[in-house]
Structure formats: C-alpha cells, structure tokens
Design a protein around this ligand. Structure first.
Ligand code: ADP
Length: 410
C-alpha cells in the first residue's frame, strides 16, 4: 500500500499506519453499507413485485386514488371487469367524473376526508357500471403513502347477488311476520285493558313479559324494513333548511325521560347554525345515538351532546351545488358529538358496530332491548347527507360518537 524510506522516522511511520487503518476501516464501513443498501433494494423490489402480483391478480376490485382530488391513478383488472370501463377511461379521471352513480360524491368525499376520519371498513355503496347496471359493493378505504403522495387504497367486494337474495328474504320474512305480530299485540292490548275479564297478579306479570317481547319483535321488524327501504331508495331524504340547535334540543328532550329513568345526566351544548338536512331523519340519528349513550351508561354518569363548527379544506363542492347565497369560500362542516362515560367499546368493534346486527355483546339485545340495527340506520342517514359517522372509545371510560355534516346543500 505504501512505503517509507530510510532512515525511519517513528512519528511518520505511526501517522502513515494510522491513516491506512482509518482508510481501511472506512472502506469496510462503506462496503457494509453498500451491501445493506443492495439488500434493501432487493427486498423492496421483491415486496413491490409481490404487491403488483396481488394487485393484478386479486379477485377483489382494487383502485388507488389521490386524496386531494380523489383522482384514479391505478386500478386492477377486477375493477375494470366490475365497472365495465377500460383502463384509459379510468386513469386520470376523478371518482366523480367517472359517472359511477349517485353515491360517487359520497365515495369521493370519504376519500378526501380520510386523513381526518381514519380508514373505512366494509361500508356498503351502490355503484353504477358503464352500462348503467347498479352493483352493491362493500368498500374498504385505507390511507397509503406512494412516494410521498397521500393516496387512498380502495378495495371492493361485489355483493350484488348476495344482497339481492338477502333483501328478498328479509322483506319476505319481515312482511310475513308483521301482520301476525300486529294482531298479537292487539290481542295483548285487549287482555291488558281488562275487556276480557280481570287478570290475576301472576297473569298481569305474564302479560307484561309477552307485551315487552312482542314490542321488541315489532321494533326489530320495523328497523329492518326501515333500513331496507332506505337502501332501496324508496325513502328519499326530504332536505330542508333547519337549525342544528333545534334538532339537538329536540333530540335531548325526547330522550330526557329515558335518562331520568336510568338516572343519567343529560347535558346539551347546542349551536345555532343552519344546515340542509332531513330534520326527521337527523332527529332519528341523534335520538338513536343519545339512547345508546344512556343505555350503556351507569346511574350517576353524564352524557354530553354538543355541536361545533369544523372546517375541512380538502373537500370541494361542485360549482353548481354551492348554496347560491353563500360566499365562494369552502363551506364548513357541523360536527356533532355525543359523549358518554359508559362501558366503552373494544377497539376491534369500533368499525363493525355500524354494520347490521352487530353488537359488542351477544346479550346486548336481550339485556338492553336493542336490535343491533340502530347504528346501521344512523350510518345510512348520515351517508345520505354526504356526511360521516364514527366513534372513538376507551374501554371502561366511555365513548364519543361523531357525526360530521356538510353545512351547504350538496
Ligand atoms: P342496539 O339496538 O343494539 O343498540 P346499535 O346498532 O345502536 O344497536 O348499536 C350496536 C352495538 O354497539 C350495541 O349493541 C352496543 O354493543 C354498541 N354500542 C353502541 N353505542 C354504544 C355506547 N354509547 N357505548 C357502548 N357500546 C355502544
């Protein structure tokens, strides 16, 4: 590597050796680092190849869209097959531009709100194909980072056929059950009114059990039919200008009796702001959430119902849909929160309780009188207002349900 001439100078020899040792050490480090980087590149290439293979051959329709504009940047063959479009027709277009049907705006909004509201699991949407056929899909949307760009990974599950059979079965069974149950209820009312003779104390008790259970069954069937009607768009939202404060106050007043009975304190902080909504349906959502909050609280606990304004810059309205009298600034959102100090909800159930018949505990419907359909109905209503509903919870400490609604008319 080097040489030195005689006569040797001790300091020079030592300095040279030292230099060479340093160079050697650095070379070793560089080599190791190089190997590490090479390995990383190989690992990444392998992972990328694996992802590409999964993406291309997945039987589930998958798409990647930008968060900012909900613009498609990649889609897999299953997506093309389901939608009927070809690659060139999809890539570069936004979700709204592709004419995916009446729920396209809701999907686009969900994508744009993703970084605020977190991922979405198995939410039901209807999607129009290129030929106009309507498909029912379960859509999951996850936030991903692609070379520094925030994107949404959309994974769909086509449940059109399953849904058709399920709907047929549910409406058949529900209608068949409703008539005999209504007549049973009438008979029980007659018995209770004493028109067929006086009942003994034991008889009254049995009658009361029969009435409670019949009422629960009727509630269940009404909920199922309600949900089915909403799904099949037989019920249109009757959107009018309404005041958020009125709705919040009305909802809490409706639930006051239940709160008093279960010794739960109900506190409301209303916000006087106007929004476009179906007041009856929003009231149904709020009373459902407040009723749950009371139901899963202990005596002495408090339930807070409040509303605040929330801005979201990422959500843009289509030009024509802007409320004409409003300024051209992006409109805000109304964020309604229903907070309780009750038993809380386990982390793995936070998403699925919004699906039909999903309860944290199988005994909830028996002990608390619910049907497991309330939150599915709420989600449906909120979705039809182009809003979003979600929950945060700490087990044993309480839950907070959030309802985010756009203030302007969509
Ligand atoms: P249900 O009619 O059973 O109340 P929902 O769809 O309204 O049906 O709620 C589904 C389930 O979510 C409930 O059975 C319960 O397990 C859970 N849940 C809902 N709200 C709360 C809450 N505030 N605190 C704890 N658990 C809740």
């Amino acid at each position: 590597m080097d040489y030195i001439t005689k006569p040797f100078q001790l300091e020079e020899v030592l300095a040279r050796i030292e230099n060479h040792l340093t160079i050697w050490k650095l070379q070793q480090q560089l080599q190791a680092q190089n190997e590490r980087l090479q390995q990383e590149i190989r690992d990444r290439a392998k992972a990328e190849e694996k992802f590409t293979k999964v993406f291309r051959s997945s039987p589930n329709p998958i798409a990647i869209a930008t968060i900012l504009e909900a613009r498609f940047i990649d889609i897999n063959p299953s997506f093309l097959k389901m939608s009927g479009y070809c690659l060139e027709e999809v890539i570069g277009n936004t979700v709204a531009e592709l004419n995916l049907g009446k729920e396209a705006v809701a999907i686009a909004q969900t994508i744009q709100l993703l970084s605020d509201t977190g991922p979405l699991y198995n939410q039901e949407f209807e999607l129009s194909t290129k030929s106009g056929e309507v498909k029912t899909i379960l859509l999951s949307i996850e936030l991903i980072d692609l070379s520094g760009v925030q994107c949404a990974l959309l994974i769909a599950n086509d449940i059109t056929e399953r849904k058709r059979l399920e709907n047929e079965f549910i409406s058949l069974v529900s209608h068949e059950l409703r008539t005999p149950l209504t007549s049973t209820m009438g008979a029980l009312d007659l018995l209770g009114a004493g028109q067929l003779g006086t009942l003994t104390e034991q008889g009254q008790k049995v009658l009361s059990i029969a009435t409670t259970n019949t009422e629960r069954l009727i509630r269940l069937i009404n909920d199922i039919l309600d949900l089915e009607r909403m799904k099949s768009v037989k019920i249109f939202m009757q959107k009018v200008k309404c005041n958020a404060a009125d709705l919040l106050i009305m909802a809490t007043e409706t639930m006051q009796a239940m709160a008093d009975k279960l010794q739960v304190k109900l506190i409301v902080h209303p916000l006087a702001i106007e929004l476009w909504a179906d007041p009856d349906r929003l009231l149904q959502t709020l009373t459902n959430l407040i009723s749950n909050a009371i139901k899963f609280s202990e005596p002495g606990d408090t339930v807070w119902v409040s509303a605040t304004l929330a801005e979201h810059k990422g959500v843009e309205l289509r030009e024509n849909d802007r409320a004409s009298t409003q300024s051209t600034l992006l409109p805000g959102f109304l964020l309604i929160t229903i907070r309780d100090e009750g038993r809380g909800i386990p982390k793995d159930k936070l998403q699925i309780i919004f699906e039909r018949f999903q309860q944290v505990d199988a005994s909830d419907s028996r002990n608390k009188g619910g049907t497991g359909l309330g939150l599915a109905i709420c989600r449906n209503i909120v979705q039809q207002h182009n809003g979003k509903i979600w929950v945060e919870s700490i087990l044993g400490e309480g839950s907070t349900f959030y309802v985010l609604l756009p203030l302007a008319a969509f």
